[in-house]
Design a protein around this ligand. Structure first.
Ligand SMILES: NC(=O)c1ccc[n+]([C@@H]2O[C@H](COP(=O)([O-])OP(=O)(O)OC[C@H]3O[C@@H](n4cnc5c(N)ncnc54)[C@H](O)[C@@H]3O)[C@@H](O)[C@H]2O)c1
Length: 359
């Protein structure tokens, strides 16, 4: 993995935190043995996950109170945060107690945001139940909620006390969500290159991943975030495909068919790869490998309805804009990406190219 960056490094005095390493199990018993060493004082659980996994979760959390909340992107709001803070207040959670967060990336993002701001931060444990959350959202210590149509505009950096990934949870995941996880996995493999990239290209996205592969995928993110805990430079590589991906995800919110995070990132990965190729950075064969893989997995999807004005409005909320310049990672080869300054017009051209492929 290469780490050169084209953009300047801002100075900050914030003390970096060390990323928490996740543990993965294929066996429910082994998972419970580890998890039961720590008893929560309160748990926030994704309602769907609880419906599928009630007996396991009941043994996991013991007699402590448990609040189920709806999963999915629509939960990352101030009203939900207010509801969760109220529970922390009601049960008088303090810094000597532990909060369990059991669910997908959406629940973990809003739950960690509340935990990290409550009394200036109480300990919380991430128990990710989606593929995306197990290899991405639970790792790296970013929390966040959406605000006025912008993704994750309000949030914190805060590390969970532990991250426990039981792969059994993935058995009840809807196919679309499993696909989303594979897209994030593909992005990790793009950054890592080598055997992981080849393996991902050859693995059908209908497969259920097992603990050893999840460990390797999580290690890619962990290596990057450990070198850059508060997203000053290296960590921005993880945004590969996410600049346009987030725009599509935000624009599809509230439409008849909202895109999952992974579906939106698949659009972003392909459009940004096209831009990398157009700039002469990414050789055609690698671009085609990605394009054909996404086609095989039926992830070259229609764009949500948008006007260019709205598209640009959402794009310009991007947190990667520094001094009015947009920076994004561009892909050069499997295992090689760099952050470059990019003009809005270039991204518009990538979207136009993509639209032309669909007609
Ligand atoms: N903090 C980070 O670093 C980071 C990184 C990547 C993504 N994210 C965020 O994660 C969010 C996406 O999270 P996600 O993809 O995990 O999905 P999600 O949390 O939005 O959940 C998607 C759906 O799956 C359901 N679900 C969850 N686990 C299930 C299970 N085991 N069985 C059946 N259904 C289940 C949920 O109820 C929901 O309906 C986005 O908001 C994204 O911004 C954050």
């Amino acid at each position: 993995m290469r780490s050169c960056l084209a953009s300047p490094k801002p100075s900050r005095n914030t003390k970096p935190s060390i990323a928490t390493k996740p543990l993965f199990w294929d066996s429910a018993q082994a998972f419970l043995e580890e998890a039961q060493r720590l008893r929560p004082s309160l748990s926030f659980v994704d309602g769907k996950v609880y419906a599928y996994w009630k007996p396991l979760i009941d043994s996991l959390v013991g007699p402590a109170p448990l609040l189920t909340i709806q999963g999915g992107e629509s939960v990352k709001t101030l009203p939900t945060a207010r509801r969760l803070w109220k529970k922390l207040w009601q049960y008088r959670l303090d810094r000597g107690q532990v909060l369990f967060l059991i669910g997908g990336g959406s629940l973990l993002d809003v739950g960690a945001f509340c935990a990290s701001t409550w009394k200036r931060g109480i300990p919380f444990v991430h128990i990710p139940t989606t593929f995306v959350a197990q290899i991405d959202a639970a790792l790296g210590g970013k929390s966040g909620i959406n605000f006025r149509g912008g993704k994750n505009l309000i949030g914190t950096f805060a590390q969970p006390a532990a991250i426990w990934g039981f792969t059994g949870f993935l058995e009840t995941l809807p196919g679309q969500e499993l696909h989303s996880g594979w897209v994030e996995a593909l992005k990790h493999a793009l950054l890592a290159g080598g055997a992981l990239w080849e393996e991902l290209l050859a693995t059908p996205f209908s497969t259920l991943p097992k603990a050893p592969l999840l460990e390797r995928l999580a290690a890619v993110k962990l290596e990057i975030v450990t070198s850059d805990p508060i997203e000053q430079d290296q960590r921005r590589l993880l945004n590969l495909g996410h600049t346009l991906g987030h725009v599509w995800e935000a624009l599809s919110l509230g439409t008849e068919k909202p895109l999952t995070h992974g579906e939106a990132v698949a659009l972003g990965l392909l459009q940004e790869a096209w831009l990398s190729h157009r700039r002469g950075l990414l050789p055609e064969p690698f671009f085609q490998q990605l394009y054909q893989k996404l086609q095989r997995e039926e992830l070259v999807l229609p764009l949500p309805p948008f006007t260019w004005q709205r598209w640009e409005g959402v794009l310009l909320q991007d947190k990667k804009i520094r001094a009015q310049q947009l920076y994004l990672p561009l892909w050069e080869a499997p295992g090689r990406a760099q952050v470059y300054p990019v003009e809005v017009e270039e991204l518009r051209a990538a979207v136009r190219w993509y639209r032309a492929q669909l007609t």
